[in-house]
Design a binder for this molecule. Sequence first.
Ligand SMILES: [Zn+2]
Length: 200
Amino acid sequence: MEEMKRELADIIRAYHQKGWSPATSTNYSFRLASNPNVIVISKSGIDKSLFSSDDFMEVDLKGLALPAYAGIRSSAETLIHCKLYELFPEMMCIVHSHSVYSVLQSMKNQTSVELSGYEVLKGFEGICTHDTTVQVPVFDNTQDMPAFAEVLTRDKNRLTVPAFIMRQHGTYAWGRNLFEAKRHLETAEYLFEVDWKFSH
Ligand SMILES: [Zn+2]
């Protein structure tokens, strides 16, 4: 677990360098195969440029802090992590960005971002050719996390790639391990940027 925390903390600081987590925003989590009922998630309010392996806490599958972390606040978006792990039980890591291009794309596209013909689409698990079209869903942003979790349940069939955008907010991506979750977020963010630049 300590190694996973260090690896994810390194990635969190690198993503801050990319401008994906301004002003303490964004959140990240993972589970271990040895105990998938525990979610290790970033604490709330930590400056992501300084994020370290000490800045994680543990919650249960309902998002409640485990006793060792009583009184410490996890991310306000913890319930999104809980719901994604429930919907995709084989997934073990979730990463999130507040990138400029995800926000721009979500203001242009009402229901999904259509991405077609790009080589980097192969970064999404199961896609083996550039010669395809992918829809990344866009959901309206909200502060009502139980309601948003219900939207994810209702629209699970729209999650055909392991990523979605919350409108004017950012991207969530997930994977069976940290490497895969990272690849999925970077794939999505790269494609949002190149697609936006092509059309503007
Ligand atoms: Zn967020």
